[in-house]
Design a protein around this ligand. Structure first.
Ligand code: URA
Length: 281
């Protein structure tokens, strides 16, 4: 996961003002970029497609354990019950330093699952993921890619805000992972989009590097996983936005190839949705 904790830099409003055309609120027509060849999907070792084939009704292997925590996790019969269980969590030090558990939000049957790093100050205050400056940019990135925020599901590697916005420690991510694993079990997305290094390393392995591995396909229990730069990183370094745009185009391409559909139109225009049009799979 993450080699060592380091501080996340706060994103200042000034940085947010530095807008490139990409993902800017006024974006009308995103530039087209060459399609990245994806003939070979990188598959991280140790994963299998068994999870993808298991039905929702079948208890997955992850629940076949007897410790009290996993027993309680296994008793959760829906995403809502899982959220309530997570909100009572005291399993790691993070809970003592935050206001509330930020479980995640969105369509419980979303075809696209987005995994960020961890709640920041605004998220901790409001109890919702990605609602600060980085969240505003994420909304624009989604809209430019054709997704409405309420049709995806957004969560984080850790559900509690790390103090001072530091990067979550590997043991904190590991302790919180059963919730993420169970979220994926209930949501069963077609595609997982990781935002930033901690999310990428959580799903792919500790040797993954966001600068090298963004835009590549990985596989988590049969579910395609792709990563791009965290919106906070894009706010700090807008020069990375074209790379992120390519990653999102590739994510969208494969999402549609897998039969995924989205309401929005590319560029984030409202109006007649693509779900009823060319993207209906
Ligand atoms: N950054 C994240 O990684 N997650 C959030 O929910 C907000 C900011």
């Amino acid at each position: 996961m993450v080699d060592r904790p380091r501080r996340r830099r706060e994103t200042s409003p000034a940085a947010a003002d530095i807008q490139l055309d990409l993902f800017a609120p006024e974006t009308q027509t995103p530039p087209t970029v060459p399609v990245i060849p994806t003939s070979s999907m990188a598959v991280n070792p140790g994963t299998s497609t068994a999870g993808a084939k298991a039905s929702r009704a079948t208890a997955p292997a992850l629940f076949e354990t007897i410790d009290p925590f996993h027993q309680q996790l296994a008793r959760c019969q829906s995403l809502e019950e899982l959220a309530a269980f997570a909100r009572s969590c005291q399993r790691c030090r993070l809970r003592g330093g935050c206001r509330q558990v930020v479980f995640g939000e969105g369509d419980p049957h979303a075809q696209l699952l987005i995994i960020g790093e961890g709640p920041g100050a605004t998220e901790d205050e409001l109890g919702r993921p990605f609602v600060g400056l980085a969240g505003q940019l994420l909304d624009r990135m989604l809209a430019a890619t054709g997704f409405a925020r309420d049709e995806v599901y957004i969560t984080n590697t850790v559900k509690c805000r790390p103090p001072g916005n530091r990067v979550p420690a590997p043991d904190e991510i590991a302790t919180c992972f059963p919730y993420l694993e169970a979220q994926i079990h209930w949501i069963r997305p077609k595609v997982i989009l990781c935002l930033g290094s901690p999310a990428l390393q959580t799903m792919v392995g500790p040797t993954a590097r966001i600068t090298r591995d963004h835009g590549k396909w990985f596989n988590w229990r049969g579910i395609p996983v792709i990563a791009t730069f965290h919106p906070a990183a894009l706010l700090r370094d807008p020069g990375k936005k074209p790379l992120a745009w390519q990653d999102l185009q590739e994510m969208r391409r494969r999402f549609l190839e897998l039969g995924g559909s989205m309401r929005g139109r590319v560029g984030g225009h409202s109006g007649a949705g693509e779900r009823a049009g060319t993207n209906s799979g």
